[in-house]
Structures are given as structure tokens and as C-alpha cells.
Write a protein that binds this ligand. Structure first.
Ligand code: TRP
Ligand code: SF4
Length: 353
């Protein structure tokens, strides 16, 4: 049994096997208009109703990509999986919306507003540096009257028991956060924003419960608002460098966008691997890329080489030390380039709001 709590733990042993249980469809059977390595590698692996989006693309009709960020900690490399999907949908013609979940962070993580603004701005800069172009950024605390009303009106057609069944333990803060998130996802379809249209929400699989309730609500309000059910794509979560989850509160579990070369090197060299206990055994039996956090990073940030690495690892031709050195070099190069682009982005940020 897999468990997902969007405010707590997300424990999934086998992503592919849990798709049925979650009611999501595999993306590998879907023919996308353009190839993208994250979809090919299976890191972005599931969807709901992606057909609506593909149809809009084919018919050259308006569609929107919307997602949100949680401004409660520094941005790490794992967060870039969603950004890459955003850039992808933008390249297919999506109108882009990104919000900072500052109200949710305030209610569920207890951060002060000033700090959240700093963090949000840093995220936005990273997004632009990662290739996001013209895009509407907004804060949950600053939405329009219609958007704010929607977040309240939606409460009429969802029951407390339904929410408990989806989320488990609830609190007033969680309920308000969830209602705002439904409103986030549905607001591109408000009249003031252009009216009903397909919307795709790229998210980590931890956000699935919110997507499910929003889709139910879109249906229940179809007569009042004319909503189309929102679509979603789901990415796996990049594993923590020490095994387990990657977390902003555990600095050594993740690589952050503002880590220095020295820090990156230290974290990579100390990372857990899928390697064997001794070099002899590794030569004989090969490593296990499928459970190796270092390999997960290779497949996302060194995608062109990842097939070679997988195969050499399994055949016992590649040793973990060497493999880590390669990753270290790739990540240092990636971050250097990223930071140069980010400097550039600083000058353009105003145009995005
Ligand atoms: N709850 C999301 C998170 O924890 C942030 C979020 C708020 C969001 N509104 C959204 C994500 C709308 C996608 C769509 O990261
Ligand atoms: Fe992981 Fe690389 Fe070691 Fe294989 S060789 S187990 S991919 S670190």
C-alpha cells in the first residue's frame, strides 16, 4: 500500500505498480508531439486526461499550464523536474501560470511573510534561468476577487468526510490551503481569465490528492462555471542523496541551487549508491542503478550519458567512485551555467508579474 499525504510523508515503493491504485495512466503509452528526455526516461511517468491537452494542441486551441511552488525552503534540484515539464508545455503553446503558495506556507509551515517573498523570488529566478519564458506569476495572497471567492464557494460541494478520506488528519489550516489550491487550478478557466479551457498541472506525485478533489469539483461545478476537468502529469520524486526523501530541512539529502562547488562535491562523494560492498564484487555482479540515487541524478542531469552509465554499471565495468566523479563534474557545470543565467534573469523579473 502506498501512502500520500501532501503535507507529510509520501511513501511509494513502486511507482509503476501503484498507478492502478492511484487511478493514473502511464505516460509511456502516450504519443507526445515532441520528445522529452524526462518523459522518455520515465521520471515523468503518469497522467490524468492528457488527451484533452494533446487535442487542444492538435486543434491549435487555447490551453493553460499551471503549477505552484511552496515557498518554505530553498529550491533544490529535485524541484526542477516540475520546471522542466512547465518549459516543455510552454514549448507546445501553453499559456503559463505559476503561483507561490504563500498562504499555504503561512498556514501549514508557519513562515513569516517577508521570508516567503524572498524565497519565492528566488524560485521565480531559477524558473526563468531553467528556460521558462513569458509567464504569469502570482501569490496566493494577492489573487483577484473572483479567485478568492471561488476558493470559498468550492467549500459548498465537498464534504468533510470526503476530505478526511483523501487527506487523513485535517486542520482548519489544511482545509483552507486545500480549497485555495483547488481555486488555483480552476482559476485559469474563470471568465476574467479567458473562460473554460483544458489546463494541465505538472506536479510531483505527492500532489495527487489535491488533483483528484479538484477534478471532482470541476465536474460538480460544470453547470455554474462550465469547467473542463483539469489534466495533470506526475513526476517521480528524485531520491535523497542519503536514501529516503529529499528534504529542504536536511541539507545533506539534496543539492540546492545555491550550493557551492565544494558542497556539491562533498554531497555527491558521500552519497548512497546501488554499489556492492567491494570492488571485486562490483566487478563480478555489477551495481544496481535502479536503486541508486547517484544514477537518478545522472538520468536527469546527464541524460545523454545515462544509458551508457546504466549498462556499464550493471556489467561491473563502472565503479561508484568514478561514477560519482562524473556526476560531480556534470552538476558543477550545470550549476555554473545556471547561475550565470540567473544573474541575467534578475534584470527581467519585473516583466513576468
Ligand atoms: N501544494 C503545493 C506544494 O506543496 C503548492 C501548490 C499550491 C500548487 N497551489 C497549487 C501546486 C496549484 C500545483 C497547483 O508544493
Ligand atoms: Fe550507482 Fe554509479 Fe555505483 Fe552504478 S556505478 S551503483 S550508477 S554510483
Amino acid at each position: 500500500m502506498s501512502k500520500i499525504d501532501p503535507w507529510g510523508k509520501c511513501e511509494i515503493d513502486d511507482y509503476e505498480a501503484s498507478m492502478d491504485e492511484f487511478g493514473i495512466e502511464p505516460l509511456k503509452n502516450v504519443k507526445l508531439p515532441k520528445k522529452h528526455f524526462l518523459f522518455e526516461s520515465g521520471f515523468v511517468y503518469g497522467h490524468k486526461d492528457i488527451g484533452l491537452i494533446l487535442d487542444a494542441i492538435k486543434k491549435k486551441k487555447r490551453f493553460v499550464m499551471l503549477t505552484g511552488l511552496m515557498p518554505s525552503g530553498k529550491m533544490h534540484l529535485g524541484h526542477s523536474l516540475v520546471v522542466q515539464q512547465m518549459v516543455y508545455f510552454q514549448s507546445l503553446g501553453a499559456e503559463c501560470n505559476v503561483l507561490s503558495a504563500d498562504v499555504e506556507a503561512y498556514l501549514t509551515r508557519g513562515l513569516d511573510r517577508k521570508k516567503m517573498e524572498e524565497i519565492s523570488e528566488d524560485y521565480f529566478l531559477n524558473y526563468i534561468a531553467l528556460g521558462l519564458k513569458k509567464c504569469k506569476f502570482y501569490y496566493q495572497s494577492e489573487g483577484s476577487v473572483e479567485y478568492n471567492n471561488l476558493s470559498k464557494f468550492l467549500a459548498k460541494k465537498v464534504t468533510f468526510n470526503e476530505m478526511k478520506a483523501v487527506y487523513g488528519e485535517l486542520s482548519p489550516g489544511k482545509i483552507v490551503s486545500a480549497l485555495i489550491q483547488y481555486s488555483d487550478i480552476l482559476q485559469p478557466q474563470l471568465k476574467e481569465n479567458g473562460g473554460p479551457c483544458p489546463v494541465v498541472v505538472p506536479v510531483g506525485i505527492d500532489q495527487l490528492p489535491h488533483i483528484n478533489v479538484t477534478r471532482d469539483l470541476a465536474y460538480r461545478y460544470r453547470n455554474e462555471y462550465g469547467f473542463v476537468m483539469p489534466s495533470a502529469t506526475f513526476n517521480k520524486l528524485l531520491p535523497g542523496l542519503k536514501g529516503g526523501k529529499m528534504s529542504s530541512s536536511e541539507p545533506d539529502s539534496a543539492i540546492f541551487f545555491d550550493d557551492s562547488d565544494v558542497e556539491v562535491g562533498r554531497k555527491v562523494m558521500r552519497a548512497l549508491t546501488g554499489g556492492r560492498d567491494s570492488i571485486e564484487e562490483q566487478r563480478k555482479s555489477g551495481g544496481r542503478p535502479e536503486i541508486c540515487p547517484v544514477f537518478a541524478y545522472h538520468s536527469v542531469f546527464n541524460s545523454k550519458e545515462s544509458e551508457r552509465i546504466r549498462s556499464d554499471c550493471k556489467k561491473g565495468r563502472l565503479m561508484c567512485g568514478e561514477c560519482k566523479k562524473e556526476l560531480n563534474k556534470v552538476l558543477a557545470g550545470f550549476l555554473k551555467e545556471h547561475n550565470a543565467k540567473k544573474k541575467e534573469a534578475k534584470r527581467k523579473l519585473k516583466e513576468y508579474f
